[in-house]
Ligand binder design. Sequence first.
Ligand code: G3H
Ligand code: 13P
Ligand code: ZN
Length: 320
Amino acid sequence: MVSYKELGLVNTRELFAKAITGGYAIPAYNFNNLEQMQAIIQACVETKSPVILQVSSGARKYANQTLLRYLAQGAVQYAKELGCVIPIVLHLDHGDTLELCQSCVDYGFSSVMIDGSHHAYAENVALTKQVVEYAHRHDVTVEGELGVLAGVEDEVSAETHTYTRPEEVEDFVKKTGVDSLAISIGTSHGAFKFKPGQKPQIRLDILAEIEQRIPGFPIVLHGSSSVPQEYVDLINKYGGKMEAAIGIPEEQLRAAAKSAVCKINIDSDGRLAMTAAVRKVFAEQPGEFDPRKYLGPARDLLKELYKRKNSEVLGSAGKA
Ligand code: G3H
Ligand code: 13P
Ligand code: ZN
């Protein structure tokens, strides 16, 4: 058993309270390897932003959970070496069982998500409550979810959104004791969030209704990549094939960040940036075979992307 406190990490409680009163959102960036972690920390140190490092089940399978934990632990020291102490959360993204959440708590995570959104309401409540009871004993914060996002979440996929029902949120929060709530208002995972011709629009009206029911309670948005066209164009220019990739307009995320939305999850935009940079190197320098020569530019572009997100979209710059 390792406590996140010994690792220099923090839970989300105080960060979310400040984000709600300050009208901004904390970035939650996924990482699977060294370069992503370096880019996230460099960007957040340079913009003086708090950050949530997210680990999905897929990331645990890909990179090994021990290595990811040590990377997050190293991130605390790395930020100091870069010249700024920033609050860093290590968060389990889309945990699906009590056992997985417990093992992450025991392993030094400071925050876990239990995603019971695919279960019936009563089952979701019961599962989430069990996770909260365990996590809170160790002062680890818990994110629950109500409503189902369209698209693929790990192995589970849904054709259409099931929007969060505002009339359920108060009961869910009260019965489970969760610290934050992920909601479904039209965002979705991946790079293809809307069909061509469809207006990219999230349901800020549902968000407003939810806020009225649970004023000041921390809300989380998953699936919040904006799919910058410049990256899609670069990918296509350098031999990729990504047609009709469409994300959430940044001004809608800015509006959400000013409300009780205090955690915004972004993964796909980072994947696009890295892929664009790697493809450019391969296309322009076909003889290159040193991984540092293509992973380095990928890391640099990722850092620039995250600096811009913190400063211009989430509003978290300067809040560390
Ligand atoms: O919610 C999904 C995140 O983008 C993580 O994706 O499960 O492929 O690691 P992943
Ligand atoms: P995107 O696929 O929109 O980046 O969403 C990531 C996410 O929600 C991680 O949990
Ligand atoms: Zn998600």
